[in-house]
Write a protein that binds this ligand. Structure first.
Ligand code: BG6
Length: 475
């Protein structure tokens, strides 16, 4: 649907905990200004940013100007953003908030460190701020990381759901705001010829790559306690896995789609040998990063081989990898097809054709690429690889979008499709838990890799021992 066909969000106040942080400045506020430009939020949206720093409304707004678009919408929205300085571990701030909010709709966005998620929800509920009375809505959005393993994710779900209904909870995974991730559903279910080959009869394997060229930078303290596995796999990479692997939902309701995704994640088979099917790496020099322990065994790269035990995917391995300080920024899903059933070209150089691929590219350019072979014109039977490219940026105006527009709009509209339900989160953690356990038991089983490389040798070996190869990163 085009933005013009969508109604504007209802009047509401968005309260951002962590209101002076990077996420708010770089992504949330610019996304709200873009939504205003699309006519999807009006001047009945107000924003309260809560933070612990000294400051007032004007100093907050000045800090937001840097990343906000230079538009009339931003100038109008800016005046409706106020600052509430306070310590959100103390009840006072929730009382002040209650007075400021009155009895309108409210959406609370927790852009804070993870240890505050549970306590803030408790404090909101204690203050009566989660009570949906007289038709008003009270919703809470929770950023990642949602737990650091299965047990802690289950505990956090229990804590939250003891105070608020699942229908009020919007667990964020920003990958779900990316166009290509949402487009996976359209590509699969609006194009019968794609879905017709989307199974183990035609697909040999799937590669999911989220490679970053940047290193850990100034995030040493968070990252060293987290590692690539927890930071990227049960959330972002599994969103891609679920979108690729899920069965067609019965309809487009949030629960039908989320149910299918949870089912797919629940079908990930526990590895026979997590130590062999999960490889960890650390880039050279990581231990010299500020706030990183000098003998850290935290991984900055992981590669996994998974199987999904379902009728559709039986026998199709899914290879996943993600890491920092790699050769290029490249996030993609490659669907690698089987070779033709008959080696018709066996006496020609066509016999060892590279396999056909459909590549869903998320970064650096969102798009879809088809790789296949054609005959080079001429008397000789010679095959050459070619590709068909579709780039979002060439076809649509996507400049300046942050990826949070849809997520924020959907939250204000009460559409939970792009947010994770409790069972999805837990199914994701359950699938990675055997790897976390294996790695925890052998913290020294970690390889070093060169900055600017494709990752550790073990990752190459992981796929090559099955007679397959990774797509080169950034190619
Ligand atoms: C975040 C991780 O959730 O996702 C970061 O904490 C990572 O470590 C980032 O860099 C990647 O997101 P994107 O949109 O750049 O692929």
């Amino acid at each position: 649907m085009s933005a013009a066909a969508l109604p504007p969000a209802p009047p509401s106040t968005l309260v951002i905990f962590g209101g002076t942080g990077d996420l708010t400045r770089r992504l949330l506020v610019p996304a709200l200004a873009n939504l205003c430009g699309d006519g999807l939020v009006g001047n009945d949206l107000t924003i309260i940013a809560i933070g612990s720093r000294e400051g007032d409304d004007e100093s907050l707004r000045a800090g937001l100007d840097e990343f906000a678009p230079d538009t009339d919408c931003w100038r109008a929205l800016r005046g409706r953003i106020t600052y509430l300085q306070g310590d959100f571990t103390q009840p006072d701030v929730f009382q002040t908030l209650k007075q400021r909010l009155g009895d309108g709709n409210a959406a609370f966005y927790l852009a804070t460190p993870a240890q505050f998620f549970g306590p803030i929800v408790d404090a909101l509920a204690d203050a009566g701020l989660m009570d949906e009375v007289e038709g008003r809505f009270q919703r809470v959005a929770i950023e990642k990381p949602f737990g650091h393993d299965l047990a802690s994710a289950q505990a956090l779900n229990r804590q939250i759901l003891a105070r608020v209904a699942e229908a009020q909870v919007y667990r964020i995974d920003h990958y779900l705001g990316k166009e290509t991730v949402q487009n996976i559903m359209v590509a699969r279910f609006a194009n019968p010829w794609i879905e017709a080959v989307w199974n183990n009869r035609y697909i040999d394997h799937v590669q999911i790559t989220a490679a970053e060229s940047i290193d850990v930078g100034t995030r040493g303290s968070f990252y060293d306690a987290t590692g690539a596995g927890r930071d990227m796999v049960p959330n972002h990479l599994f969103q891609l896995l679920a979108m690729i692997g899920m069965e067609p939902p019965n309809d487009l309701s949030a629960d039908a789609i989320r149910g299918e995704k949870a089912k797919l994640l629940g079908a990930v088979r526990p590895p026979d040998d997590a130590g062999a099917d999960g490889v960890r790496g650390q880039y050279e020099g990581y231990r010299e990063t500020a706030d990183v322990s000098a003998d850290s065994t935290t991984e900055t790269f992981v590669a996994l081989k998974l199987h999904v035990d379902s009728w559709r995917w039986g026998g199709v391995p899914f290879y996943l990898r993600t890491g920092k300080a790699l050769t290029a920024r490249d996030t993609e899903v490659a669907i690698v097809f089987r070779q033709a059933p008959l080696a018709l070209f066996r006496d020609t150089d066509l016999n060892n054709l590279p396999p056909s691929q459909l590549v869903l590219q998320l970064q650096p350019d969102e798009g879809i690429v088809m790789r296949f072979m054609v005959k080079q014109p001429g008397p000789e039977l010679r095959a050459v690889p070619v590709q068909l490219d579709f780039h979002y940026a060439e076809r649509f105006d996507i400049k300046g979008r942050t990826g949070y527009e849809t997520l924020l709009y959907d939250m204000l509209m009460g559409d939970q499709t792009l947010f994770q339900r409790a069972d999805q989160i837990e199914a994701g953690w359950a699938a990675v838990q055997p790897f976390l356990d294996a790695w925890g038991g052998r913290p020294d089983a970690i390889e070093t890799y060169a900055r600017g490389s494709d990752g550790p040798a073990g990752a190459t070996a992981l796929i090559e021992r099955d007679g397959r190869a990774w797509n080169p990163i950034g190619a």
